[in-house]
Design a binder for this molecule. Structure first.
Ligand SMILES: O=C1O[C@H](COP(=O)(O)O)[C@@H](O)[C@H](O)[C@H]1O
Length: 257
């Protein structure tokens, strides 16, 4: 593993020889935060993306973590979700359930999937209402700086175009700065109807891990982590959390650094 030195705002960058090594380190990182924060706060709020990130969590399902992590403290959310039924192959919930959630003893009441009976607008409003309730009851922390919810850990992937969550390059949703959760009906990546946490919510996080593997994402990684000026700012370049940003890259993703 190599660490790349970047300006502080760009976060800590770890580069692994293989995605397997990346997954091992990611599990330790998440388990350490879980132990520390669960003890401090009595709960641990974790936000997942969809896509390739979910597979990279597989080492948490093995020893020592499967037994050492206090899964009862986990509260799980989605940084974005496709507006499809929960049993649809495009559902980020279904992916996480099949690959991860069905294999760990997180109480079902602590898993906050979107209401799949609603339209995209309705589902975004409903999810935001749910978050507001959980901030009120102090399950989710609140940023003293921004007033937005402050999640303990966001585990996020990035698309080859530099999108994060369902915030796509050049899309007006990237500019949304009032809503906590917003809908999108014209996602350039299918399916078109989705909901997404907004950038201020993402950036209020205590910890963000950006998990990126594969040479197909090397250009966006290069743009995000170097000082090249590009005409269009990629959503991933706007990730600057209140807390810590950590990049987990494999060699392919880091090949243009
Ligand atoms: O559509 C989405 O894509 C991104 C990136 O996915 P990946 O498979 O290229 O890692 C994902 O982070 C997001 O949650 C998802 O809805």
């Amino acid at each position: 593993m190599a660490e790349i030195v970047t300006p502080k705002s760009k976060g800590k960058v770890k580069v692994f020889d293989t995605e397997e090594d990346l997954a091992v380190s990611l599990a330790k990182y998440a388990a350490d935060l879980s132990n520390q924060i669960s003890q401090e706060r009595g709960s641990f709020t974790v936000v997942l993306s969809g896509g390739s990130l979910v597979k990279s969590l597989r080492k948490l399902l093995e020893q020592p973590y499967i037994d050492s992590v206090d899964w009862s403290k986990w509260h799980v959310f989605w940084v974005d979700e496709r507006v499809v039924p929960k049993d649809h192959p495009d559902s980020n919930y279904l992916l996480a359930y099949n690959e991860f959630l069905s294999k760990v003893p997180i109480p079902t009441g602590n898993v906050y999937a979107i209401n799949d009976a609603l339209s995209a607008d309705g589902a975004a409003d409903d999810y935001e209402t749910c978050l507001k309730h959980l901030v009120k009851t102090k399950t989710i922390d609140q940023s003293q700086i921004s007033g937005f919810p402050k999640f303990d850990l966001m585990l996020m992937g990035m698309g080859p175009d530099g999108h994060i969550a369902s915030l796509f390059p050049g899309h007006p949703l990237v500019q949304e700065n009032k809503k906590w959760v917003a809908s999108i009906n014209d996602s350039p990546k299918p399916p078109p109807e989705r909901i997404s946490f907004t950038l201020p919510v993402i950036n209020s996080s205590a910890n963000i891990a950006l998990v990126v593997a594969g040479a197909g994402k090397a250009t966006a990684v290069h743009v995000a982590l170097s000082d090249v000026s590009n005409s269009e700012v990629l959503p991933v370049q706007l990730v600057e959390p209140e807390g810590e940003l950590s990049w987990f890259l494999d060699k392919g993703a880091a090949s243009k650094l």
